[in-house]
Design a protein around this ligand. Structure first.
Ligand code: ZN
Length: 159
């Protein structure tokens, strides 16, 4: 089986919430794609319930694109502790951490149910499983701890 970097990471050594650059991959014509680990809660200690995670996913799809160039995809981990973020080109973990922090702040402070995209039977694969209340509560917990741009030491981004 192919070796996957994410399964080589020692999940007992990380200190969430953090942003970690996993890889930068280069295509045959030199185009670069970056893959980030957006870890919102501490592995094996916490997991965001699916309704809240699902609502955060739908919102981050837009809110991260508002703040970062070249976003291709942002999808939740099966363990429900965070998201993969895939982008064109390269970004610093600090810039991604700031974009994530500001997006979570917008969810906590400004987003109303009518703002959540894709909450109907036509626009979502499991439209019954959304919770903006849960999303806001977890965003608040994550923001209280701050987002670090270093996965192994608490180095919370400011400004
Ligand atoms: Zn959905």
């Amino acid at each position: 089986m192919a070796k996957v970097e994410s399964f080589e990471l020692d999940h007992t050594k990380v200190k969430a919430p953090y942003v970690r650059l996993i890889t930068v991959e280069e295509g045959p014509k030199g185009d670069k794609i970056s893959n980030f680990d957006l870890r919102l809660v501490q592995p094996n200690e916490n997991a965001i319930p699916t309704g809240g995670l699902h609502t955060i996913e739908h919102l981050l799809a837009s809110l991260l694109r508002d703040r970062l160039d070249g976003v291709i995809d942002c999808s939740p981990f099966g363990c429900r502790t965070g998201f993969h973020l895939i982008t064109w080109g390269e970004h610093s973990s600090t810039d991604v951490a700031r974009a994530l922090r500001d997006s979570l702040k917008e969810i906590r402070d400004e987003i109303k149910w009518e703002d959540v995209p894709g909450t109907t039977i036509k626009t979502c694969g499991n439209y019954r499983d959304h919770s903006l209340f849960t999303a806001k509560e977890w965003c608040n917990d994550i923001l209280k701890q701050g987002i670090s741009d270093d996965p192994f030491a608490r180095h919370v981004v400011k400004d």
